[in-house]
Write a protein that binds this ligand. Sequence first.
Ligand code: DAT
Ligand code: MG
Length: 139
Amino acid sequence: MERTLSMIKPDGVERSLAGEIIRRFESAGLRIVAMKMMRMTKEIACSFYTEHQGKPFYENLTDFMSSGPIVAMVLQGENAVLRNRALMGATDFREAAPGTIRHDFARDVTKNIVHGSDSTESAAREISFLFSELEIHCD
Ligand code: DAT
Ligand code: MG
């Protein structure tokens, strides 16, 4: 069964949207097989988003991601990567379809409420970056 990494970003936690976002995942049939609240250091955020190093938004993004606690989750289900991306909506909230998390809640391109892995390869890297095998609970 496919797995993907989801994070409720610091703005989502700060705005008390965790419950609503988790409800959407569960309602869509994505199972939570790991979950924890944590705060990334700047260094951890830079390493997590290393693919974006050098881009104009990298500093702002990694400052933001280390600015407060996040909720990290491993979601499991058929096509979990793509289904999570569909629930999230486009990176830019202005292009996100109505009913998606980013359309409904984001008001800023960087502070866009949620993260989701963009491929099964990214998912494998990101899950092992944030979780140990002992923290992942298979059905
Ligand atoms: P996604 O989070 O949809 O996978 P991404 O991997 O391209 O998007 O970028 C990571 C994050 O960086 C994204 O969630 C918000 C921020 N970001 C991306 N493009 C941006 C831009 N043009 N301006 C400001 N922030 C941006
Ligand atoms: Mg991405």
